[in-house]
Design a protein around this ligand. Structure first.
Ligand code: ADP
Ligand code: MG
Ligand code: MG
Length: 250
């Protein structure tokens, strides 16, 4: 699904990713953890195709295709979803209408016809129930006056609606109370299938009590320095990151 090889990337001449490699197969959930400033969000942005970053070396492949030259929108059409991709407030555009447009634009780019209104409504109903989103919320203006929790829930709703092949959630858990966290995790767990992959970037172990990853990676100073299973996340929770720094420097 996603194959990253020896990726180096810079922002304003400053190297942030320094030889990062990562392989994510369909059906897998990967968690990426690591101290602040290690490059987690940079990695997410680069995979999604945000333009502030310059890839100076390495490869990014999606289902075998080199996607480095593709714009963010084209990657989205190929099924890449990054949370916080649409953080804009759009007064007058409701959550529902935004979703309808996003879905139909993606379908158009894939050479498909618009989704029949009946199917769209059914899907909206299903997914909003799954995420315990009420009707009133669906007719609010996108992101306008949303609380932190509502923004996160809306992101997960967008993800559930888009049914991406590769979903990257960047700290979707920060600022969520325990109920919202459970709902978000539930949405992610329901999305999981044999033909998609999910990358969860998180600072805390907490989310991983609900979304059980197949692999956990530690990103430190622009590289993945350690990989393991869920146990690694527990170890990090207990011991912090210092022992990893010591291991690297030893
Ligand atoms: P993380 O998500 O792991 O906390 P980030 O990827 O946000 O880390 O940031 C990694 C480093 O890159 C930080 O030192 C940050 O200041 C820098 N950085 C990220 N994006 C930009 C940008 N657009 N302009 C300047 N510096 C950036
Ligand atoms: Mg950060
Ligand atoms: Mg970050």
């Amino acid at each position: 699904m996603l194959e990253i090889k020896d990726l180096h990337a810079s922002v304003e001449e400053k190297e942030i990713l320094k030889g990062l490699s990562l392989n994510v197969k369909a059906g897998e959930v990967h968690a990426i953890m690591g101290p602040n400033g290690s490059g987690k969000s940079t990695l997410a942005s680069i995979v999604a195709g945000k333009e502030d970053y310059e890839v100076t070396k390495g490869e990014i492949r999606l289902n075998g295709e080199d996607i480095e030259e593709l714009a963010a929108e084209e990657r989205a059409h190929k099924g890449v979803f990054l949370s916080f991709q649409y953080p804009v407030e759009i007064p007058g555009v409701t959550v529902t209408n935004f979703m309808k447009t996003a879905i139909n634009e993606t379908r158009k780019a894939q050479g498909l016809e618009e989704m029949p209104a009946k199917d769209m409504l059914k899907k909206i109903r299903e997914k909003s129930e799954l995420l315990e989103i009420d009707r009133k919320f669906l007719s609010r203006s996108l992101n306008e006056g949303f609380s932190g929790g509502e923004k996160k829930r809306n992101e997960i709703f967008q993800m559930a609606m888009m049914e991406p092949k590769l979903a990257i959630l960047d700290e979707t858990d920060s600022g969520l109370d325990i109920d919202a966290l459970r709902i978000v995790a539930n949405g992610v767990n329901k999305l999981k299938s044999d033909d998609n992959a999910i990358v969860v970037i998180t600072h805390y172990q907490r989310l991983l009590d609900y979304i059980v990853p197949d692999f956990v990676h530690v990103l430190y100073d622009g590289k993945i320095v350690k990989s393991g299973t869920k146990e690694l996340a527990l170890e990090l929770e207990e011991k912090g990151y210092d022992w990893i720094k010591e291991e690297i420097n030893a």
